[in-house]
Design a protein. Structure first.
Length: 148
C-alpha cells in the first residue's frame, strides 16, 4: 500500500491510497485510517480484484448472506465511509459493484477484497467526526448525525 496526502484545507485532508497486487482491502484501509487518525471520511475507488466476498443484509435474519466472487473482476463502483463505531474505533462501511467476464455484475457490501493488480482510492477526511450507534431494529451500528 502506498498513500499520499494530496490536499489539506484547514482540518480537511484528501489522500490518494494505492493498493497493490495481493493487498487485502479491509486490512489495508483499517491500518491506514488508524495510522492517520481518520475519524470520519468518505471515499471512492477504481481498480480490480482477484477475489472478493460481498454481503447482502437479510432483514429477516439480521445477518449478511455471503456471496463469494472467485474470479478476476473490475471494480466498477466502490464507495464508502469511515465513522466511529459504538466502541469509538473507526468503522469502515463499503459498497461495491464488481464486473466480471461477459458483463456479469454483482454488487453488495464489501466483506473481503483481494487486489489484482491495483485499487486506487481517494479518501477525504472530514474534521466533523461521524458516530455510529447500535440500532435495535436492525442490529447494525448506523451513523447518527446528531451524535456527531
Amino acid at each position: 500500500m502506498q498513500a499520499r496526502l494530496i490536499n489539506q484545507a484547514g482540518q480537511q485532508r484528501t489522500f490518494v491510497i494505492v493498493l497493490e497486487n495481493g493487498d487485502d482491502v479491509m486490512t489495508c484501509l483499517k491500518q491506514f485510517v488508524e495510522r492517520e487518525r481518520v475519524g470520519s471520511a468518505q471515499f471512492t475507488a477504481i481498480g480490480a480484484f482477484r477475489s472478493a466476498v460481498l454481503g447482502y443484509f437479510d432483514w429477516e435474519t439480521k445477518t449478511y448472506q455471503r456471496t463469494p466472487v472467485d474470479e478476476q473482476v473490475e471494480v466498477a463502483a466502490f464507495t464508502g465511509d469511515v465513522a466511529a463505531a459504538p466502541d469509538g474505533k473507526p468503522a469502515l462501511h463499503i459498497h461495491c459493484v464488481l464486473g466480471g467476464r461477459g458483463g456479469r455484475v454483482v454488487a453488495g457490501h464489501l466483506l473481503e477484497g483481494h487486489v489484482r493488480p491495483t485499487l486506487e482510492i481517494v479518501l477525504t477526511d472530514s474534521p466533523a467526526h461521524l458516530r455510529k450507534r447500535h440500532d435495535p431494529e436492525s442490529g447494525l451500528a448506523l451513523i447518527v448525525p446528531s451524535a456527531s
